[in-house]
Design a protein around this ligand. Sequence first.
Ligand SMILES: *Cc1c(COP(=O)(O)O)cnc(C)c1O
Length: 461
Amino acid sequence: MRYISTRGQSPALTFEEAMMTGLARDGGLYVPEDVPTLTKAQIAAMAGKSYEDVAFEVMRPFIGDTFSDAQFKDLIAKAYAGFGHAARAPLVQLAPNHFLLELFHGPTLAFKDFAMQLIGQMFQAALTRSGERITIVGATSGDTGSAAIEAFRGLQNVDVFILFPHGRVSEVQRRQMTTPVEDNVHALAMDGDFDDCQAMLKDMFNDFAFRDEVRLAGVNSINWGRVLAQVVYYFTAAVSLGAPHREVSFTVPTGNFGDIFAGYIAKKMGLPIADLVVATNQNDILHRTLQTGAYTKEGVVPSISPSMDIQVSSNFERALFDAYGRDGAAVAAQMDDLKSGGFNISQGAYQMLKDTFQSGRASEAETSAAIKHYLAHHGELLCPHSAVGVHVAEDHLGTVPMVTLATAHPAKFPDAVKAASGVAAPLPPRMADLYDRPERVTRVPNDMATLQALIKERIKV
Ligand SMILES: *Cc1c(COP(=O)(O)O)cnc(C)c1O
């Protein structure tokens, strides 16, 4: 299995190389050369199996010979051992044909733990084998950073630096990043918004001298390993609702397009997914794009679902690559136009995207109303991101079962949840002392030279 860049100018890599590299050197994202398919019988055989067993079946064809079967099984087992629910991703019923996939039982209470915990195990195994040391730098709107820090804290051979927009993450998110005591953890509060953090990260990756000097590695949602780990729960959820003998639809609260892209991969692998619905908050570039064919940047307006406050959606490039018939030069040209504000997707590519993804948007008022309504009438306390999903899903309910992804635990966003529902969502007992732990954070300007100097000084190169 080889991985190729969406911009067509970087060499093909193995799974291990693509995972360790993150962003391709031509600025593109790695995608598998071919998506392997599973037969109906293979999917049917997943019924009744553990999350870990399904994870092995789904991911095995993608990893080549990076890990032996026995080692890969062991890494998967370790990755999910710390989850607070035996099913890992339990499905609860909201209404007759509407289900909620609870992806918030990991150590930082958001779905990003599914990918990050596994990436942590895979990185450590690969680095132990090669004897190398790496520097992970990530940008976060809140949940990626806490999940990355949780996955890499205390691991040998890794330093982890996380850039988050100062003042724009929730207190729980911030504390999850600033309270770990391990020396290899560096939380950096940057002046700016999430897009500034993400742009800074991209610039650092494009400074090849720096990238090589500090052995930079990325674990943002552009990392193929992350997308891959997220494909698994589409299978466990669909199979428990009758796939492959029955179709299932999914609604996915979306920011960087990683989670929904994993659903697209699951469909390409043969899972009978009817609709894949993109749900955005008021920062609705993806919804606007799917409605109009024009991908145009607008400023980010902070919302109560901050992990989706994004104006440029990195993983969308992977969908564009397929929409353009895997023409890397066409993707590169569009991405160039994005620097000056946006681009129009060509007719054929737009048609493919419209056929593949549906979309909807929830305003702030609609999000709060959904939190209130679902608590009062369905007994479910939703986080604001999940509420965006549920609100949008309501417009797409039909005869096919709909699964909405619940991407975070309500306790991760207590202020918005309380304001909407009147109910305080308590933290699970295993992290009840979060508010008492001392914080450690460095405030940094939106300036690359300052940041590079800080990173070199902390890792002593
Ligand atoms: C990251 C995140 C999202 C958006 O996921 P993408 O893969 O970036 O689309 C949605 N909800 C929560 C809680 C998140 O942390």
